[in-house]
Design a protein around this ligand. Structure first.
Ligand SMILES: [Zn+2]
Length: 421
């Protein structure tokens, strides 16, 4: 009996137009590892397949019933937006400042399911921190009744309207303890906050949308995460899948959790971003939000001699800003770095020193540095969704971006990362 569907195991797995006497002829398509294909027939060593591109025949040895993990680093403009699929789970890590993520989810990735009238469930949403370029794009996704959500995780610092803020920082009051300044307000369950009137307009809008989705039974719960938490721990395809939280740290003062305040609203919010370390099988991935110099040094100090930051692939912190430390980059020491930034912005992200150091402090002789703003893909002169694609079966990591071409058989600019150095 034919399997109804399978996944490509090889990266750039070839799809052929036809077969004759168990031999393939004419390469017409190449698909990424982990790509779903529908099986419609078999002949000898080949299956006939339906793909999102041209259909044809694939070698049975290039297909399997396991998908691995797929990480989609979407070009959301100036901001971060990442979709992760692993097993049956769908996970968002931030969603950029505007509608790119919603467009991508509804007009590309899940169009097939949505057209069939199915609701799409996002199991986990991580908001690294409450800056618009990370959370504001979620509003459109949360507002779309065709989507349901499990848990929304966040770092716990919200922004207030300036008129309610005596320190004019937008962060509410601070307290002093042993000569160090700390924030007084930390939020745990966003569904139970009743201070919407005091929040700035975008945050208030976000909170309303979260609460509305919960009232409509489309959203389960919200929860603040901090260093030491494990957000997800599962076995998927017989491999370990975990999301461990490496930051932010709180300090207990007077029996309550407090965040250190770095005398600057932006730096404090950025510096207390959720820092996610994702493990799938033997490989690891870091998402460090918008960490900066002060927070990197603070995190390194908290961990002392331990280095939990070393991973195979890192998303560059703060869109490739210059506000980073070499010592933190040395600890992360990835084979590949993905910088998520926009074309049309005034910060000049990614900065030249951030790009240089991403290469300098990487592992391997030929480290990879990606930029979402360069990952533009075109089709018949129309710009599609820019994307850095990561595929991993637990051992091998493939990174692919689309070439600016229309030929499916020559579509991928593909790399396989080293397993060790
Ligand atoms: Zn940002």
């Amino acid at each position: 009996m034919l399997p109804p569907f399978l996944y490509a195991t090889a990266n750039e797995a070839p799809v052929y137009e036809s077969i004759l006497n168990n031999r393939a002829s004419k390469l017409i398509n190449k698909i990424q590892s982990g790509t779903y294909v529908t099986i419609t027939a078999e002949e000898g060593d080949f299956y006939k397949v339906i793909t999102a591109g041209p259909n044809g025949w694939m070698r049975k040895t290039d297909l399997a019933d396991t998908m691995g993990i797929k990480i989609f680093y979407l070009d959301v403009g100036q901001g971060d937006g990442v979709l992760i699929e692993v097993g049956n789970l769908r996970i968002l890590v931030d969603s950029g400042p505007s509608v790119n993520m919603h467009n991508y989810l509804t007009k590309w990735q899940y169009t097939y399911l949505l057209n069939k009238g199915q609701q799409v469930h996002i199991d986990y949403v991580f908001v690294s921190h409450f800056d618009a370029d990370h959370y504001k794009g979620l509003i459109a996704v949360l507002n779309d009744k065709r989507f349901t959500f499990g848990t929304v995780y966040h770092a716990g610092i919200l922004k207030f309207a300036e008129k309610n803020n005596p320190y004019n920082t937008g962060l509410g009051d601070t307290i002093q303890h042993d000569g160090v300044e700390y924030l007084t307000k930390i939020f745990d369950n966003l569904l139970r906050t009743n201070e919407a009137a005091a929040f700035n307009r975008d945050i208030a809008n976000f909170m309303d949308v979260v609460k509305k989705a919960a009232v409509e039974n489309r959203l389960g719960k919200t929860k603040r995460l901090a260093a030491g938490d494990t957000a997800i721990s599962k076995t998927i395809e017989n491999k370990k899948f975990t999301i461990d939280i490496l930051g932010p740290f709180t300090e207990k003062i007077g029996g309550r959790h407090r965040f250190i305040y770095w005398h600057d609203e932006g730096k404090t919010i950025n510096g207390h971003s959720l820092v996610l370390k994702i493990t799938f099988g033997a490989r690891t991935f870091l998402f460090g939000g918008d960490l900066n110099t002060a927070s990197e040094l603070y995190l390194l100090q908290q961990y002392g001699n331990a280095n939990p930051f070393m991973v195979d692939v890192a998303k560059s912190c703060h869109h490739g800003s210059s506000d980073f430390t070499e010592v933190f980059m040395q600890q992360v020491n990835p084979f590949a770095t993905v910088i998520s930034s926009g074309d049309n912005e005034s910060f000049s992200h990614p900065r030249a020193d951030a790009i240089g150091c991403a290469g300098k402090y990487a592992r391997g002789n030929r480290p990879l540095v990606y930029s979402t703003e360069l990952a533009r893909s075109v089709s018949k002169s129309k710009i599609l969704f820019g994307m850095i694609n990561l595929r991993c079966n637990g051992n091998d990591i493939y990174m692919n971006q689309m070439k600016e071409t229309n030929r499916p058989a020559d579509m991928w600019d593909a790399y396989t990362l080293p397993r060790t150095v």
